[in-house]
Design a protein around this ligand. Sequence first.
Ligand code: PEP
Ligand code: MN
Length: 363
Amino acid sequence: MYTTEILPGLDPKEPLIISGPCSAETEEQVMETARRLAGFGVKVFRAGIWKPRTKPGGFEGVGAEGLPWLRRVKEETGMYVSTEVATRAHVEAALEAGIDLLWIGARTAANPFAMQEIADALRDAGEKGDVPVFVKNPVNPDLELWIGAIQRIQNAGVKRVGAIHRGFSVYGKHLYRNMPQWHIPYELGRRMPGIPIICDPSHIGGKRELIMPLSQQAYDMGFDGLIIESHCDPDCAWSDKAQQITPEVLNLIVNALVPLRGAKADSTESLTLLRQEIDQLDNDLIEVLNKRMRVCREIGQYKKEHGMKVVQGARYGDIMKSRCDLAAEMGMSPEFMRRVLASIHEESVRQQLEIFKKESDEK
Ligand code: PEP
Ligand code: MN
């Protein structure tokens, strides 16, 4: 639980829900999405006005032209409005337009120069700069960098500072767009007690169907709220369309979530931590198995090209013996290890046979 009121009327004991499209695209899209969200009781609207894209050529946001649309959202729906800032000019324009809450994106949070520029702009804005500011975790899993980014904003005199956990990027294709690595935001909460930490399941999951389970996990771990991307017509969104949901689905999800009731007892807390570690280890295990299968497929390709059989008996025997001995040394039953290896081997053979089969299909 956090201690400072973020905005009047938002109860620190209730989960903070921020929702809205990844990007403000047109005035109609912004207003339509906002009206529907407000109808479901959402109190803080989000929309990216300036979009940091990984590669040039993507939709980079409508820019300052969209700020009056957010003002209209505020006036017509009564919701608070929020957007991402990455430079001094963004901060000045957003404050001038009366944006109620600012957040700093993951790419910006990874850059101390940019963070300092934003902090200076907030300080220079005086009274006007006294808005809540949420700092997303940097793209790389570096807790100190995240803490440093938050401290720069705090040192500028901003009193209402929060954090957003949006996962950490890794190379290659994975279940999640950004790995949750839950222990990092958990540790942030321990190091900076009292600041609100909310979860962004949209950018962690990268897919609609992962939003609900990730949100529940965030609640179970005691996060203070959620920021979820919602669009009036997600399939036509100009950015991040695979992860955006309609306001109606957002409402269903928020209402289906079971909040963590009451203060967390110590035992619950350590159980949560241990479970989170298990989740992480299982993910690592699956990642390692995936890498192993990839190498097996390469071996399959080699065997195919050299006219060798898929299963080489002697090699299989060696693998079994050395791995079972190692497991036994670590206190695991060799029989258990034999079963695990037999299963892995079965899947490797299946994948190699697919490669051989491809050859015969091609003939
Ligand atoms: C966003 O919130 O739309 C965004 C760009 O997120 P992130 O900085 O987490 O990638
Ligand atoms: Mn987005």
